[in-house]
Write a protein that binds this ligand. Structure first.
Ligand code: HEC
Length: 156
């Protein structure tokens, strides 16, 4: 009887903790599409890069350059309005410091929150197209940059 009163709440607590744990593990959205074989050592497939080439040309290239090379000589120098110019995304700037979850967040929300000029793509592109755009500009990253990025969280 004494034991029961101690263990009752404990069991409840445990099953609650386990329950919420398995819930968060199964949460992340719809099943990922089965993708064709990934590029060697990369998280994305050539098909995603091909899709991303079109997505990027239509939505990103006017600011970030056709080959994600950027359009300004110094992406670190503020413009007259205090905002930063669009940086290169080809591995020569800063984008590789961010795991995919953060890159997606930038693409979704744009730069408005911090006085930046990047538009928000949350309701403009679907998830697959956003990931394809990321695959496209990451296809310019050499293996060294890619390995650094993986240490920063990579495709998480
Ligand atoms: C109108 C210009 C413009 C367009 C179009 C645009 N961006 Fe940007 N982007 C910017 C600017 C400017 C920044 C720098 C942050 C800021 O000020 O908003 C930026 C920052 C980023 C960053 C963060 C880079 C880093 O080093 O942290 C990523 C990633 C990015 N853009 C991806 C994209 C993708 C993908 C698209 C197309 C779907 C796109 N952008 C379209 C202007 C643009």
């Amino acid at each position: 009887m004494h034991i029961k009163t101690i263990f009752g709440p404990l069991v409840l607590l445990l099953s609650f903790a386990l329950g919420s744990c398995s819930e968060s593990e199964t949460e992340p959205g719809p099943e990922p599409e089965p993708e064709p074989e990934a590029e060697a050592g990369r998280w994305y497939s050539q098909t995603q890069v091909d899709t991303g080439t079109m997505v990027f040309a239509d939505n990103c290239a006017q600011c970030h350059g056709d080959n994600a090379e950027g359009l300004v000589s110094d992406w670190r120098a503020r413009l007259d309005d205090g905002s930063f110019p669009p940086p290169p995304l080809n591995g020569s700037a800063h984008a590789w410091h961010h795991p995919n979850s953060v890159l997606l967040q930038v693409i979704n929300t744009g730069g408005a929150a911090f006085g930046g000029n990047m538009p928000a793509f949350e309701n403009v592109l679907n998830e697959a197209d956003k990931l394809a755009a990321i695959a496209y500009f990451q296809s310019y990253w050499n293996d060294e940059i890619y390995a650094q990025w993986q240490k920063m969280g990579g495709s998480n």
